[in-house]
Design a binder for this molecule. Sequence first.
Ligand code: ATP
Ligand code: MG
Ligand code: FE
Length: 349
Amino acid sequence: SLVLGIETSCDETAASVVRSGRHGDGPGEIVSNIVRSQIADHAPFGGVVPEIAARAHLQTLDGIIERAMAEAEATFQDLDAIAVTSGPGLAGGLIVGTMTARAIAAVHSKPLFTINHLEGHALTARLTDGVAFPYLLLLVSGGHTQILLVRGVGDYERWATTIDDALGEAFDKTAKLLGLPYPGGPQVEKAARKGDPKAFDFPRPLGGRETLDMSFSGLKTAVRKAALAEPERVDDICASFQTAVGDVLADRLTRAFERFKQEYSRPAALIVAGGVAANAYLRARLQTITQGKDWRWIAPPPNLCTDNAAMIAWAGVERLAANSIIEDEGIRPRWPLDPDAAQRLGSGK
Ligand code: ATP
Ligand code: MG
Ligand code: FE
């Protein structure tokens, strides 16, 4: 099948056409993948400004979709479905994306799939590598930090979450404290390459505890202190911060890995996804967990870790193949991926 994906949940305006794999599941083929980042629009403000984001999506989305269709040499009639992010994210952008997708679907009589952005991140490894269910996923992004058991399309069990900051947020705040430009994640990674990872002994919060949960606010406080005391040591602080993060993630993932082995008693795949998974240091660090074991390790290419519409189109491909209709409930700015959290939050609207 051929699916158009649309993504406007944060500060990337994106459209992509994806084709299903030969056997209906992965890997799939990314026929076109257009991403317009709004970094330049938000940079003067040091972070994403929702009103500016919504306006930029509105002004550019049509053109981005046109380009994605042109590069795919496809017409709307050729499509089997339209997939669009309907949450979680910023309401303004979600409205622009879903209204546009609805219009295309209605005019051309195509099914519409309203996709959870996190499902896009969660299924990316099936698009790129055709990974089989179940697998263990570390989702680390701007708004989320979770370890998930991915059992199937729409079947996610959350094993761990952050009790305070998301990891991407911790990277962005660290950058801000050090006077590095927005968005901070890639800047911290760049500075860290020149720094001494042992220069500062930052805390590894919740280390050695039974829980799989994570916490990054204590680490942020330690970074703030260091930044105030020795503001010129940007590279050393970044390197020490990244190393602490790597230790925390490796500790939790190793334990999650043990738990998976106990529950399934067979090897599977360990996958990282989300914007922070674009970080080369963390990818290399976490890969060591599966080294010498018969597990697959998969980190999708960096441009498919950060926000894109190929992952949304792919989620549409999967939903279509699974005959898993999603009721269009409008936008859902807060929409958890796992049913337990969903129950606690009500409908997520
Ligand atoms: P969510 O997916 O939780 O809704 P989001 O879509 O805004 O949030 P993503 O685009 O998936 O988040 O990820 C963006 C985050 O990833 C930002 O916090 C950014 O700083 C971080 N990030 C991007 N590249 C890197 C990198 N190389 N190293 C560390 N962090 C990075
Ligand atoms: Mg973004
Ligand atoms: Fe994201």
